[in-house]
Design a protein around this ligand. Structure first.
Ligand code: BEZ
Ligand code: FE
Length: 308
């Protein structure tokens, strides 16, 4: 067995505020796991430095603890306030960009997951529709390809798709939509392609009835996300691609409440008024989106679904 590199904890009576940080760091250094030691030590150093920098009062400390507790209480099977908080302070996007596109040095087609991905989306054949209950709105035809870093098409990528409706609601937020409406699971063909029929999504406010909403109001921030479609690509041997493609003329594109829009992820949602109709029951105008995703080699790990 590997010898532990953790330090031996001796402990000490706290004489003043100056003693607290080193005492905590010393106590936490007992962890066997080196990554846990590193993360916990850095977290404590930053938290203590934060309290010192803003001279945190006891009343403010109480507000912070209450805020944290209410985030936990607001989280349940169909809502994840913890992820929403990380999103609304830009933490999810920061972590995403630090872990993709060579730590931000090159462009990436990765983006934050958000709180609305559900496992077990209905398998849908290529070209099929993800409109599973009547959902009025502009018709949209999406055609995508997935390639590797050398631009070689990737076949057999499992791709989950999920989006809001043309009124800006996900099916799990809206009793008028059937279960799994506007969600689907596709498999890329030999050319790395998948395609589907849908309706153009609308932008929407993130849930603002909990502590995160309170924070946004206190900061005079609007709660809106620009319209977008989410994609999650999974293939063994490749880093799971989690992303979303925003509508190019969407409101709030430059002020996304969760900072999820990067240049590479603004899609070309093109309005079509003429030409060959994409299906017999379609009338002009309709919209198309063509998009190419890049997947990097790496570990194929699925995130934990934020909701059931
Ligand atoms: C979403 O795009 O589904 C989303 C992302 C962050 C917060 C709320 C919703
Ligand atoms: Fe979304």
């Amino acid at each position: 067995m590997e010898a532990s590199t953790a330090t031996k904890f001796t402990g000490k009576i706290i004489e003043s505020s100056d003693d607290v940080t080193p005492a905590v760091l010393e106590a936490m250094a007992q962890a066997d796991n080196p990554r846990l030691r590193e993360i916990a030590a850095s977290f404590v150093r930053h938290m203590h430095a934060f309290a010192r920098e803003v001279r945190l009062t006891e009343a403010e400390y109480d507000i912070g603890i209450d805020f944290l507790n209410r985030i936990g209480k607001a989280t349940h099977d169909s809502h994840n306030e913890g992820i929403l908080f990380a999103d609304a302070i830009g933490f999810s996007t920061l972590v995403c960009l630090l872990n993709n596109g060579k730590a931000g040095a090159t462009e990436t087609t990765a983006a934050l997951l958000g709180p609305f991905w559900r496992a077990n989306s209905p398998r849908t054949e290529n070209g099929g529709s993800i409109v599973r209950s009547p959902t009025p709105g502009p018709e949209l035809f999406v055609a995508c390809e997935i390639v590797d870093a050398a631009s070689k098409p990737l076949a057999n990528v499992e791709v989950d798709v999920w989006q809001s409706s043309p009124v800006g609601l996900y099916e799990n937020q809206d009793d008028t939509q059937t279960d799994m409406n506007l969600r689907g699971k596709f498999t890329t063909d030999a050319g790395g392609r998948f395609s589907f029929r849908s309706v153009k999504p609308a932008g929407y406010p993130v849930p603002a009835d909990g502590p995160v909403g309170e924070m946004l109001r206190a900061q005079n921030r609007h709660p809106y996300r620009p319209a977008h479609i989410h994609f999650l690509g999974f293939k063994p041997g490749y880093k799971t691609l989690i992303t979303q493609v925003s509508v190019d003329d969407a409101e709030h594109l430059e002020s996304d409440v969760v900072f999820g829009v990067t240049r590479a992820l603004v899609g070309d949602y093109r309005r079509r008024d003429h030409g060959e109709l994409p299906a017999v029951d379609v009338r002009a105008p309709w919209y198309t989106l063509n998009y190419r995703f890049v997947m990097q080699t790496g570990e194929a790990v699925l995130p934990k679904p934020p909701i059931k």
